[in-house]
Design a protein around this ligand. Sequence first.
Ligand code: C5P
Length: 216
Amino acid sequence: MLKSKKVLVTAGPTREYLDDIRFIGNKSSGRQGAEIARCLLELDADVTLIIGPVNLELSSLGKVIQVETAIEMDYAVNEAGPFDIAICAAAVGDWRPKEKAKTKIKKTSKGKPPVLELVENPDILKNLCISENRPKLVIGFAAETDNLLANARSKLKNKGCDWIVANNVSAMSQNMGGEENEVIIVKRDQEIKLERQSKEAIAKLICKKIVDEISA
Ligand code: C5P
């Protein structure tokens, strides 16, 4: 149903290194993105999955490019494109340490912790939306702990994407890193709530909406 459509899926966390062994990361398991990639493959799409460090079996998920940092993910997206459809499900680190220390950062004798200066990472989703070869359909994710809908709506506008899949990632929800998810697909003129269910089932529903949109 998506035959000959080139589809990008980004998934998983990124690691933003302080030195060779320490990084800033997040709890993303990559599962929701991986399930979306699997489902798109079943729909005959030409899928490129660009994924951060995860503990998942990736061998049956199409063209898989494994990366660690946001900078690497951004580079890989640009190299692998252009795409007809992009689904940015990765939990990309918003910031990285301004400098990565060349050797392991040591404790000082005065016991003063180091001060971390952070710089902003490239916004892969936003850059895709303003690129010359913008995919026909660009879908972002919004992982929020509060004001879910309001934040999703402002993300839809700020990023310039077509849909935002909003999910609650508060510690209580256990959605981030967990087996299940509950999301709201936020479009410019419509909101579609997908009740709590497995990430596989959520992926199938999202992909069905994608097929409907592309064939409309
Ligand atoms: O701004 P925020 O991180 O909340 O945005 C989330 C959405 O933007 C997700 O779709 C994520 O994959 C994407 N994103 C990105 N590059 C970044 C930050 C977020 O592609 N540097």
